[in-house]
Design a protein around this ligand. Structure first.
Ligand code: SAH
Ligand code: F3S
Length: 432
């Protein structure tokens, strides 16, 4: 009987990709994946610590797994950002955990298993990146890491602690991985990094714009996306690459966090409100149809009603198509903890609601503007809510559910006439 494993993934795309890497590594060793933890010999929790009570959530999950381990004897590994953040404390509080392994060690899982290592939370010099062992879950899309870690030190953020210093992968390694993904039918490529546009090839010094252009020009790349861009790292070469390659998605996630320069300074975001808006204007001048999305933190220590008004007015000015907003959550050991306590929770909730209400109008307007138009849609599979329909995305990243030939190969791009805009999605019919 072969060994079996179960993986649970929380958090961002980087974590999802790390799970695909862990999974690929285990499959190479002859393990088989199971969806039911009670059937597994090895249970991996790939955790996230960016917000909320991440540590408590992990310990309560581990409490339940302790019972299971008594019955099945499964090995338990805690991976991801909580593993990095809590390290040894996990082994002390939950001694039934077999190993704790941080994001810098994803490529070293086999050594951890072989040597019975209990704690792997350093960032090895030779961070192994097994590009060819990735167990990709989507038949049409592939994530490709181009830069690991983050050298920015936003005062609220735990990521620099949990994912370490920036390391860019060599240009040619990235392109080779993209080519392999495309050959396996993953025609949509998403380049990943915490600050993806800070990329610089360690060998040639080529920047992110150069990499984008080179990846977009590879045969068979139908769509190219990337996340997450830092506003202070947007440059002309990146904008030109987007403008000049129609297969680069007309979607840009550009987290602003706040519309108040005073708050941005305390967050150490490295730009002001004015500078951010100027960047937006430059990109719009080059690519007028671009769909902007953003992240916002509400209730940063000391955020006044006036600061918050500036965030609302910035949202009004940019009119984002998509927006993700969070209440500030103090993260252990981050500099913002010393700036002051979070805002009163009721005030933060109320601000969050006002912000969502404003954004809702912008989103509705943007979605409504597609009605009657024929747009290119990359087919991803049957629609989630209605299996008689197909589902895919526009090149500016909206989900479209549509009537079309069920035999359409996944990954092809079809013209779809949009006849209705729904809450978050579009509906339509494929045209011949
Ligand atoms: N560069 C990263 C940022 C990771 S955190 C990326 O790839 O997206 C993702 C988002 O979570 C941030 O943009 C920020 O809006 C939010 N966030 C990070 N730390 C936070 C905190 N302490 N409290 C609330 N939100 C936070
Ligand atoms: Fe975090 Fe700021 Fe880096 S949000 S991931 S420290 S750019």
């Amino acid at each position: 009987m072969s060994q079996t494993y179960y993986i649970e993934t929380w958090g961002c795309q980087m974590n999802e990709l790390d799970s695909e890497r862990l999974s690929g590594n285990l499959k190479l060793r002859g393990y088989r994946r199971v969806d039911d933890e009670t059937q597994a010999n090895l249970i991996l929790l790939n955790t996230c610590s960016v917000r909320d009570k991440a540590e408590q959530k992990v310990f309560s999950r581990l409490g339940r797994l302790r019972e299971l381990k008594r019955e099945t004897g499964a090995k338990i590994g805690v991976c991801g950002c909580v593993a990095q953040q809590e390290g040894e404390r996990i082994l002390e509080r939950a001694p039934w955990v077999d190993f704790v392994m941080g994001p810098g060690n994803v490529g070293h899982l086999d050594e951890v298993l072989e040597h019975g290592t209990r704690l792997a939370v350093e960032f090895p010099e030779d961070r192994k990146y097994d590009a060819f062992a990735i167990d990709r879950t989507s038949p049409t899309k592939a994530w490709v890491t181009i830069i690991e870690g983050c050298n920015k030190n936003c005062t609220f953020c735990i990521v620099p602690t949990t994912r370490g210093r920036e390391v860019s992968r060599p240009f040619d390694d990235v392109l080779r991985e993209v080519r392999t993904a495309v050959d396996s039918g993953r025609v949509e490529i998403e380049l990943l990094g915490q600050t993806v546009n800070a990329y610089r090839c360690p060998i040639t010094g080529n920047d992110f714009g150069a990499l984008l252009a080179a990846a977009a020009e590879l045969e068979g790349v139908a769509r190219l996306r990337f996340t997450t861009s830092h506003p202070a790292e947007v440059n002309d070469s990146m904008i030109a690459a987007m403008r000049d390659h129609a297969n680069i998605s007309r979607y840009l996630h550009l987290p602003v966090q706040s519309g108040s320069s005073r708050v941005l300074r305390r967050m150490k975001r490295l730009y002001t409100r004015e500078k951010y808006l100027e960047t937006i204007a430059r990109i719009r001048a080059a690519i007028p149809e671009i769909h902007f999305s953003t992240d916002i933190i509400v209730g940063f220590p000391g955020e006044t009603e006036e600061d918050f008004q500036e965030t609302l007015s910035l949202i009004e000015e940019v009119r984002y198509g998509s927006l993700f907003a969070f209440k500030y959550s103090p993260r252990p050991g981050t500099p913002s903890v010393r700036i002051g306590p979070p805002l009163d929770d009721a005030i933060a909730s109320e601000r969050l609601q006002r912000l969502f209400d404003l954004h809702e109008e912008h989103k509705r307007e943007r979605l409504a503007s597609y009605r009657g138009r024929v747009v290119p849609v990359l087919v991803e599979g049957p629609s989630r809510n209605d299996a008689s329909m197909l589902s895919g995305r526009t090149d500016d990243f909206w989900v479209v559910n549509f009537h079309g030939d069920p035999a359409t190969p996944l990954g092809s791009i079809l013209g779809v006439r949009i006849d209705a805009a729904q809450h978050h999605t579009l509906r339509g019919e494929a045209v011949r």
